[in-house]
Design a protein around this ligand. Structure first.
Ligand code: PGA
Length: 256
């Protein structure tokens, strides 16, 4: 039986939509997605967040950022702080996405700093972990995930982890159309939950929402979301289409 945890369907739009396209897609999404007990979240580029919050009306979709700096303010050209996000009512942020790690030098240490800053200010971090193909083939997936979590969650309290969302995103499955099988995804998500039980407690671990990400779409969501330790999805490509994304949301609602 599934434990009652928050089901979260989060879109990650990455660097794809301009202002007009953002408004258009959000309106389409809002027409298809009704308010429910699951958390439906769209993480957008910073520049589109203000127009996005003006556009959304129904309360069925929440907004998140794709990253957040650890400092309150200062000389960090190109970065955005949690205070800035909060001033636009943004209460979620992806942290440590593999594209940030791969192209922009994000490390487990910076993931830790960013996440702590979010949590201290009431922003929910969605912390991403996951292995690349080489690491999977070498058989070191679990070692790597363990290291990412031990370093990424360093000095976290029970309360902090309870307010965190973890996303397992195998890099080889991101944007490739090559989804992890539901068994592969469950195996790692279950492993993450057992690690959290060791690091915190079984009770705490049972309450943390763990998402799968990597080519999740309207055709494979049903199976992935039926797995006991997969509490939702972090969705890139399929979150750029109102039909696919709303179908995934509807599948997730049935999971309740
Ligand atoms: P994808 O991206 O769904 O396009 O594979 C997922 C992600 O990067 O979060």
């Amino acid at each position: 039986m599934k434990v009652k945890r928050k089901t979260v369907i989060a879109g990650n739009w990455k660097m794809n939509k301009n202002k007009a396209e953002t408004v258009e897609l959000l309106k389409e999404m809002e027409a298809k997605i009704s308010k429910s007990d699951i958390k439906v979240l769209l993480c957008l580029p910073y520049i589109n967040l203000p127009i996005a919050s003006e556009t959304l009306e129904s309360g069925a979709i929440e907004l998140g950022a794709e990253n957040c700096h650890w400092a309150a303010k200062g000389a960090f050209t190109g970065e955005v702080s949690r205070d800035m996000l909060l001033s636009y009512g943004i209460k979620h942020s992806i942290i440590g996405h593999s594209e940030r790690r791969q192209y922009f030098g994000e490390t487990d240490e910076t993931v830790n700093r960013r996440s702590i800053a979010c949590l201290e200010n009431g922003i929910t971090p969605i912390i991403c972990v996951g292995e690349n193909l080489e690491q999977r083939e070498e058989g070191i997936t679990k070692d790597l995930i363990k290291e990412q979590l031990i370093k990424g969650l360093a000095s976290f309290t029970d309360e902090m982890i309870s307010n965190t969302i973890i996303a397992y995103e195998p890099i080889w499955a991101i944007g490739t159309g090559k989804t992890a099988t539901s068994e592969q995804a469950q195996e790692v998500c279950g492993f993450i939950r057992s690690l959290l039980a060791d690091m915190f407690s079984a009770d705490v671990a049972d309450r943390v929402s763990i998402l799968y990400g990597g080519s999740m779409n309207d055709a494979n969501a049903e199976e992935l979301l039926s797995m006991p330790d997969i509490d939702g999805g972090l969705i890139g490509g399929a979150s750029l289409k109102a039909d696919s994304f709303s179908t995934i949301v509807n599948i997730a609602k049935r999971r309740l």
